[in-house]
Write a protein that binds this ligand. Structure first.
Ligand SMILES: Cc1cc2nc3c(=O)[nH]c(=O)nc-3n(C[C@H](O)[C@H](O)[C@H](O)COP(=O)(O)OP(=O)(O)OC[C@H]3O[C@@H](n4cnc5c(N)ncnc54)[C@H](O)[C@@H]3O)c2cc1C
Length: 459
C-alpha cells in the first residue's frame, strides 16, 4: 500500500519502512488508554516507528522544517490523552528501541525507551538486581513513557517513583539536535538538573532515545496481607495504623466498597460483597517479610479489620493481589468514567475519600475510590451515562470539584499519570502565575515552534 499523506511520502524517502503506510496499521496508533480520546482514522496522521536515534533525529528535523506537530509515543497506556493522535501530526513511536544493557558492578541499566517495564525487571533480576518502579501497567508500558510521565505505581510507598532511578538521558531535541544529560555515576552535580527536567515532561521538550537507570539489590519475594473492613472509615483507620510501623510496607493499596463490587461483578475474586473497604499490604524486607506481614496483620486487626488473610509464601501472596489486578479491567467494563489521579498528604486521605463520595452523591453519580493509599495517591472514578448529556456534564463538574477538594487538602491534581490533555485546563491554577511563566519559558526554550505534543500539559 502506498503513502496516504504528503508527509508520509517525504518521510518514506528519508526513513523507508520506518514510516507506516498502511492506514489500518496506522490506525492502531491513534488511541492511548484515555477513555475520552478522540477517535481518528489512520489517514489523519503519519506514524513513524523509529529503530535508532538517527531515525528520531531525521523525524524531528523533518517535523521542525515543515512545522508539523509531533507526538512521541511509547506503549500508549497513558490515561490522560498524552500519547493519542492529533490530526495532521507525526506520531513518533519508540516502541522498537528495546536494547537493554545491565552493568552489575555500577548497578545501572542502559536501555532504549521502548523497553517494557517488566522486561527490564526480568533482565535486572538475572543479575540479582531490581528496577523498582512498578506502575499497575508494568507489563504493558515502556520505560520512555515511564520517564516522560515520572510514573509511580504500587511500590512507591517504599521505593519512590521513576525520577528516583533516572541518572542520565540521551534525548533528541526539536529540530533534531541530540543531547546527553546527567551521568552514569552514583553522584554528580555538574550544572542544572536537565535530566530531572525531562522526567515528567510528557513529550513536550524532546524525545528520549536512551536512559541510564539506577538498579538496587533484589528484595525478597513480597508477602501479602489482605484485610477486610466493615466500614470505609475503619479501612482508613487501618492506613493510619500502618504509619506507626518502623518497617515501611512495600505496598499499601486501598479498594473501597464500590471498587470491590465492580471487581466481584467482573469475576469472583473472593471479596465479601458487603465490605466497606479492603487494604492490601506487602513486605519484601530481606529476611523479615514474614515477620513484617504478621505485624501488619496485628495492626490492622486492632484497627478493626474483621477478616485478615496473611500469605506467607510468595505464590499465595501473589494470588491475594489477583483482585487488585482485576480492578482496571473491571472498571473499564463497569462503564464510561472520568479517572482522577489526585494525591494528598497521607494524613488527609480520609477527607479525600469523603469528598469523593460526597461529590458523587450530590451530582447523582456513582463513584469508586481506590489506589495507592500508602502515598495518598488515589484514582477515584466518576461514572456517567454517555447517552445522557446531563450525566456527562455532572461527571465533568464532579471531576473539577474533586481537583479543587484535593488542592484544599494540600494536594495536587496528578500524583503519577501526568497532566496530558485531560488535566491541561487545571494546570495554570495549580502552578500559579509565577511558576507557570517560568515553565512556559522553559518550554519555549526547547520547543520554540511549539510543535512537541501541543495541547498536552500546556494549553
Ligand atoms: C491499566 C493501567 C494501569 C496504570 N497504572 C499506573 C500506575 O500504577 N502508575 C502510573 O504512574 N501510571 C499508571 N498508568 C498510566 C501509564 O501506564 C503510565 O503513564 C506509563 O508511564 C505510560 O507509559 P507508555 O509507554 O504507555 O507511554 P505513552 O502512553 O505512550 O506516553 C505517555 C507520555 O510519554 C511520552 N513519551 C512516550 N515515550 C517517549 C519518549 N521516548 N520520549 C519522550 N516522551 C515520550 C508521550 O508523549 C506521552 O506524553 C496505568 C495505565 C493503565 C492503562
Amino acid at each position: 500500500m502506498g503513502p496516504h499523506t504528503s508527509a508520509d511520502a517525504d518521510l518514506a524517502i528519508l526513513l523507508g519502512d520506518r514510516v507506516v503506510t498502511d492506514p489500518s496499521i496506522a490506525a492502531s496508533y491513534a488511541a492511548d488508554a484515555y477513555p475520552q480520546a478522540a477517535a481518528l482514522d489512520g489517514t489523519e496522521f503519519t506514524v513513524v516507528r523509529a529503530r535508532t536515534r538517527q531515525d528520531v533525529e531525521a523525524t524531528l528535523r523533518y517535523a521542525a522544517s515543515h512545522r508539523i506537530p509531533l507526538v512521541p509515543q511509547g506503549a500508549r497506556t497513558s490515561t490522560t490523552g498524552a500519547a493519542c493522535a492529533l490530526p495532521g501530526a507525526i506520531l513518533l513511536s519508540t516502541e522498537l528501541m528495546t536494547s537493554i544493557e545491565i552493568d552489575p558492578v555500577e548497578r545501572i541499566a542502559v536501555v532504549g525507551p521502548g523497553v517494557i517495564n517488566t522486561d527490564l525487571k526480568a533482565a535486572a533480576a538475572e543479575h540479582g538486581l531490581a528496577y523498582p518502579p512498578d506502575p499497575a501497567s508494568a507489563s504493558m508500558c515502556s520505560i520512555g513513557g515511564n520517564i516522560a510521565t515520572n510514573a509511580g505505581g504500587l511500590c512507591c510507598v517504599k521505593y519512590g517513583v521513576t525520577a528516583d532511578y533516572v541518572r542520565g538521558l540521551e534525548v533528541v531535541l526539536p529540530g533534531g539536535e541530540f543531547m546527553r544529560t546527567g551521568r552514569r555515576t552514583a553522584k554528580g552535580v555538574a550544572g542544572y538538573d536537565l535530566t530531572g527536567l525531562f522526567v515528567g515532561s510528557e513529550g513536550t521538550l524532546g524525545v528520549v532515545t536512551e536512559a541510564v537507570l539506577r538498579l538496587v539489590p533484589l528484595g525478597d519475594p513480597a508477602l501479602t496481607v489482605l484485610a477486610v473492613f466493615p466500614t470505609l472509615e475503619g479501612t482508613l483507620g487501618g492506613i493510619a495504623a500502618l504509619r506507626s510501623t518502623r518497617h515501611t510496607p512495600s505496598l499499601v493499596e486501598l479498594l473501597d466498597g464500590p471498587s470491590i463490587a465492580a471487581i466481584q461483578a467482573y469475576g469472583d475474586y473472593g471479596f465479601p460483597q458487603d465490605a466497606g473497604g479492603v487494604l492490601l499490604v506487602q513486605s519484601d524486607r530481606p529476611g523479615h517479610a514474614a515477620e513484617d506481614v504478621q505485624g501488619y496483620a496485628a495492626l490492622l486487626t486492632s484497627a478493626g479489620a474483621t477478616d485478615v488473610a496473611v500469605a506467607d509464601d510468595p505464590t499465595e501472596a501473589d494470588l491475594l493481589l489477583e483482585g487488585r489486578r482485576a480492578l482496571n479491567p473491571a472498571l473499564k467494563v463497569r462503564g464510561p468514567r472520568f479517572i482522577e489521579d489526585v494525591c494528598v498528604p497521607v494524613g488527609r486521605l480520609g477527607e479525600l475519600v469523603s469528598a469523593v463520595h460526597e461529590i458523587a452523591a450530590r451530582h447523582g453519580l456513582e463513584a469508586t475510590c481506590s489506589g495507592h493509599a500508602g502515598d495518598g495517591n488515589l484514582h477515584p472514578c466518576f461514572f456517567y451515562d454517555e447517552t445522557d448529556p446531563a450525566s456527562l456534564a455532572a461527571a465533568e463538574r464532579a471531576f473539577d470539584e474533586l481537583v479543587r477538594a484535593s488542592w484544599e487538602l494540600g494536594g495536587t491534581l496528578t500524583g503519577e499519570h501526568g497532566v496530558g490533555q485531560q488535566k491541561a485546563p487545571w494546570l495554570a491554577e495549580e502552578l500559579g502565575p509565577a511558576e507557570l511563566a517560568r515553565q512556559r519559558a522553559v518550554k519555549a526554550l526547547f520547543d520554540p515552534l511549539g510543535i512537541m505534543n501541543p495541547g498536552r500539559v500546556y494549553n
